[in-house]
Design a protein around this ligand. Structure first.
Ligand SMILES: Nc1ncnc2c1ncn2[C@@H]1O[C@H](COP(=O)(O)OP(=O)(O)OP(=O)(O)O)[C@@H](O)[C@H]1O
Ligand SMILES: [Mg+2]
Length: 247
């Protein structure tokens, strides 16, 4: 996968018959750098997105912090639907709605910011769909990935920071923070644990298929240590542009 996206376009011929031409869309200008933060519930994505943004801004970078789902007007409506426990979405519907949110996000927020030269930090991206809807829900991960690639026009982050944390630790953090509130029954707790174990394994699997595009970081360390590890990994990517990012 990857490479040029080829689009089939119908041109009406002069005699009224249609012919099919194959064209490549002009590649979008990309001047900024695109960073994704991924990981399970409570791994520290939002915490680290803000800390990284602060670090980069201090060094003079223009930074856009954004998140999925819900970073656009349409996305906010989709987020409400996606997070509504009464919505009763089928797994495929859920996957399609996340892809729709992502299409809006990339077209209206991420690409414009990259074209402007910003460092864009997104709190969740394609890997979350592959991990949750694919490995977690049991849809074919390859199809979930294909859907997101189509939705984004194949926009792949320069670096994906994967914050890896034992499931129990992430759930405990999320619960302490007020999400996943209440005392779940044993059955639901067991389901939750198995679901999130599949997601964690899915994220790690994604890392293993292309480790050069990832920074796999132990998210159990304290926030300062995690931030330093994230900064170090991002430094490699920005240094590749001839920029120097000092600690
Ligand atoms: N390294 C850390 N050590 C201990 N606690 C942390 C650490 N990083 C974040 N936390 C705390 O854990 C909770 C979850 O962190 P955060 O909201 O950043 O995670 P998240 O990955 O964005 O979660 P979600 O997937 O639910 O959005 C917060 O209360 C945060 O203060
Ligand atoms: Mg968060």
């Amino acid at each position: 996968m990857g490479g040029a996206v080829r689009t089939h376009v119908r041109h009406p011929a002069s005699d009224g018959e249609a012919e099919i031409a194959t064209v490549s869309p002009s590649p979008a200008v990309r001047r900024g750098r695109f960073l994704a933060l991924e990981g399970g519930e409570g791994a520290g994505k939002s915490t680290q997105a803000e800390r990284l943004a602060d670090d980069l801004r201090r060094l003079g970078h223009e930074v856009v912090v954004t998140r999925e789902p819900g970073a656009t007007t349409v996305g906010a409506a989709l987020r409400q639907l996606l997070l509504d426990p009464d919505a009763q979405l089928t797994d495929r519907t859920e996957a399609l709605l996340y892809a729709a949110d992502r299409a809006e996000h990339v077209a209206r927020v991420v690409r414009p910011a990259l074209e402007h030269g910003a460092v864009v930090i997104t709190d969740r991206y394609v890997d979350s769909s592959v991990a949750y809807q694919g490995y977690g829900r049991g849809l074919d991960p390859a199809i979930v990935l294909q859907l997101s690639r189509w939705a984004t026009g194949d926009l792949v982050p320069d670096l994906t920071v994967l914050l890896d944390l034992p499931v129990a630790d992430g759930l405990a953090r999320a619960r302490a923070r007020g999400r996943l509130a209440g005392a779940p029954t044993d059955r639901i707790e067991a389901e939750t644990r198995a679901f999130f174990e599949r997601i964690r394994a899915g994220f790690r699997q994604l890392h293993d298929t292309a480790p050069e595009r990832y920074a796999l970081i132990d998210a159990a360390a304290d926030p300062d240590e995690v931030a330093a590890a994230v900064r170090h990994a991002v430094q490699q990517v920005l240094a590749g542009d001839g920029e120097v990012l000092s600690a």
